[in-house]
Ligand binder design. Structure first.
Ligand code: ADP
Ligand code: SF4
Length: 687
């Protein structure tokens, strides 16, 4: 297929100082939970982005010196000769496909606690660590600033030697340079504080010195927020910040513009829509003649074209869309836009970095597994035989298993009890703000529908006899899970007998089916992620008075990992939901509930007409156990293989179900053992 000419503009080359990007697709720097600990995993992942058509592929934040150390979040580093070799792994992979490689040189300031290096963190002032660690920075004196400038210059030279084409001065995200720019944090009285000229001085010096060091062969980019957090909703950009952009406008070769509020820039789709930075950053192009890039979770080529035609940006910046679909540019180029695996804005990718483990993605199960398991997002090994496969259950696990097995060429039957595809995702994407999650279904159904080797049977609830009578060579059970109604979870380690009249006790499944409480309901959230708060919001919209109770200290405590906790709690506060943290639900008699403090023996009684229990799920594995039992007594020669995957195996997040489906498909009839003995990183291999 050929490219739609409307999208030609996206494939124009663009000059960035001394280098030229082959197109306008720009993977901005993004963390990945691999960094300096797992450089071959990063290199392979970045290389696949380049193969997928991203014209510029950048690193994550790359420390210039041990005084910027962010472990347990794995950043990249360019401290010494050995790091040059490590970073060259990435640049070589990226260059293989004709893309430019960019590096985001990073000085942490109060944003780095230096837990590994134990260096004293250097700050614009003596100020507390941004991440909440009980440390303060040393206020940098003139010698510290001279040292920093030297470290930055040296790191830029190493970056050039490692093969990078674009070198960043990174002046945002609450790290050192952002604090120098800030009218709030910069209280210095020397030539680096006070006036706009003074606060911008260090960034200006670093741009000039980086250009001087490597500017003949490398482009110099600046990443900086369009606003500084002091504006209003109507006028987000202060005069102070505009003046800074005016001063620096022509100095770098490229502007990578973000916004002050990270939860906005990186917002989950529940709170932030595609292209939402535009209002704040659009003025930047009018103050500079240099190319501008920004992000906005862009997945629609029409939106991308509009951004460029309207003069908002020159490059389409992306982190998450490039994670969900590393081949997004190639698919547009080849006229295959319907094949794009669109990011759903869930931020599971971000949780990898938060937790210091390799990145994973709900939509793209191969993300982070490119090197470790050798998985490619677009290619998969062909089938090993003419065997047939029965997939039972069309949730994310069953759909992905079907899609990937179909891609391998197997003949498949997908049986689903309900009248629609998607399982839990079909239910959850109807909840407030979660519509984009439906893309998990859309992508897979779209792909499966083009496969002549896949037959779908809706409205087909199978029992063991049905499943075995089909005569498939392989049966994979993906029948999901159901929320429990007995209170069992983290707070109650065993079912709780005192959660009174069944007709006044609800689970998320009841709400999905339209069975709603009336009057005043307690949402008891012992799950600590999105389900409790989203249901609370759904109930408020239905006129239910909600009291939200959690044994945690925060609403959606795990939402910290996906950077949505703050907005989640804020939303409930705004909706007028009563929030009771650090309490468990011990009793409910149909009229009142007893809540116990998790720190003391104290309890309180609150009025309630209903309770909604968001505690734990029960695997729906009856079919698996039934078939398994029948196979045990059957003739070993003729029995199909049997596996269970996804939530019916172990209830988890949607990303885990997609991954389980994908892994099953990859490994069926291959000699890959069901083992965890996969490569960690080649650099640590003994050979
Ligand atoms: P997962 O997240 O593991 O993919 P889901 O709960 O999203 O699981 O989806 C499981 C799907 O399996 C649901 O759509 C459900 O209707 C279907 N299902 C459950 N039991 C059967 C069965 N016996 N026969 C066919 N489909 C089933
Ligand atoms: Fe998008 Fe979610 Fe994948 Fe991140 S994990 S890239 S937010 S789909």
């Amino acid at each position: 297929m050929t490219r739609d000419p409307r999208y030609d503009i996206l494939f124009e080359s663009v000059r960035i100082g001394p280098v030229e990007a082959p197109n306008r697709f720009y993977q901005v720097p993004h963390c990945n939970g691999m960094g300096l600990l797992r450089p071959r995993m990063v290199a392979e992942m970045r290389g696949i982005k380049a193969e997928g058509g991203w014209g510029v592929v950048c690193t994550e934040y790359c420390s210039i010196h041990p005084s910027s150390d962010d472990l347990p979040q794995p950043y990249a580093s360019l401290w010494n000769q050995a790091d040059i070799k490590t970073q060259a792994l990435m640049t070589e992979k990226v260059h293989e496909y004709g893309a430019l490689a960019g590096v985001e040189l990073w000085a942490g300031g109060a944003g780095s606690a230096n837990l590994m290096t134990r260096e004293v963190a250097l700050g614009v002032d003596s100020m507390p660590n941004v991440g909440g660690n009980p440390f303060q920075t040393r206020a940098m004196d003139r010698q510290d600033i001279r040292n920093l400038r030297r470290w930055h210059r040296d790191a830029a030279l190493r970056a050039r030697d490692a093969g990078f084409d674009i070198v960043y001065v990174y002046a945002t995200h609450a790290y050192l340079l952002a604090h120098f720019l800030s009218p709030v944090h910069n209280r210095r009285t020397d030539e680096y504080g006070g006036s706009v000229e003074n606060r911008v001085r260090l960034v200006r010096e670093l741009i000039e010195e980086t250009k001087d060091a490597v500017g003949d062969t490398c482009a110099v980019a600046v990443r900086m927020a369009a606003d500084d957090g002091t504006g209003t909703a109507e006028q987000p950009v202060s005069e102070d910040r505009r003046e800074m952009f005016n001063i620096l406008a022509e100095l770098p070769d490229l502007w990578d513009v973000n916004v002050f509020n990270y939860a906005h820039e990186m917002g989950v789709s529940r709170f932030v829509q595609e292209g939402s930075l535009e209002k704040t950053m659009q003025y930047v192009k009018s103050v500079t003649s240099k190319p501008v890039v920004t992000v906005g979770r862009f997945t629609s080529p029409d939106t991308m074209v509009s951004q460029i035609r309207r003069g908002i940006v020159d490059f389409i910046g992306a982190a998450r869309p490039s994670i969900a679909d590393p081949f997004l540019p190639r698919k547009i180029d080849e006229g295959r836009t319907e094949d794009i695996r669109e990011c759903i804005g869930c931020n599971i990718c971000y949780s990898g970095d938060s937790l210091g483990v390799p990145i994973r993605c709900t939509q793209n199960p191969t993300m982070g597994e490119e090197w470790r398991r050798g998985w490619h997002p677009e290619r998969i090994q062909p089938k090993s035989s003419d065997a047939t496969v029965l997939v039972v259950g069309a949730g994310p696990a069953g759909l992905e298993a079907t899609r990937a097995l179909g891609q391998r060429g197997y003949k498949l039957m997908l049986a689903e009890a309900s009248t629609e595809l998607g399982g839990r995702v079909a239910q959850e994407c109807r909840l407030p703000g979660l519509a984009e999650w439906g893309r998990v279904i859309d992508y897979r159904v779209q792909q499966i529908q083009t496969m002549p080797n896949v037959d779908i049977f809706l409205d087909n609830h199978l029992d063991a006899e049905d499943a075995l009578s089909i005569g498939a060579d392989h049966i994979v059970i993906a029948t999901g899970s159901k929320w429990r109604a007995d209170g069992f979870g983290r707070y109650h380690a065993k079912p709780c007998p005192d959660l009174g009249p069944a007709e006044q006790v609800f689970t998320p499944n009841d709400i999905f089916m339209g069975r709603l409480p009336e009057g005043r309901a307690i949402v008891f959230d012992d799950d600590h992620y999105y389900m409790g708060p989203v249901l609370a919001e759904a109930l408020v919209a239905q006129g239910v008075e909600v009291c939200f109770v959690t044994p945690e200290n925060l609403v959606s405590a795990w939402g910290v990992m996906t950077d949505e906790q703050y907005q989640t709690q804020q939303r409930l506060v705004q909706l007028g939901v009563q929030i009771i943290t650090a309490h468990g639900l011990d009793e409910f008699d149909g009229g009142k509930a007893r809540l116990s403090c998790v720190y003391s023996d104290r309890s309180r009684v609150v009025k309630a007409d209903a309770v909604v229990l968001v505690t734990a799920r029960t695997p729906v594995d009856g079919l698996y156990r039934e078939i398994s039992g029948q196979l045990e007594s059957a003739d070993a020669e003729s029995v199909p293989t049997l596996r269970k995957i996804g939530d019916c195996d172990a209830p988890a997040i949607i990303a885990a179900a997609v991954y389980a489906g994908h892994r099953y498909a990859r490994e069926l009839e291959t000699d890959v053992a069901q083992t965890v003995d996969v490569r960690h990183d080649k650099l640590s291999d003994p050979d």
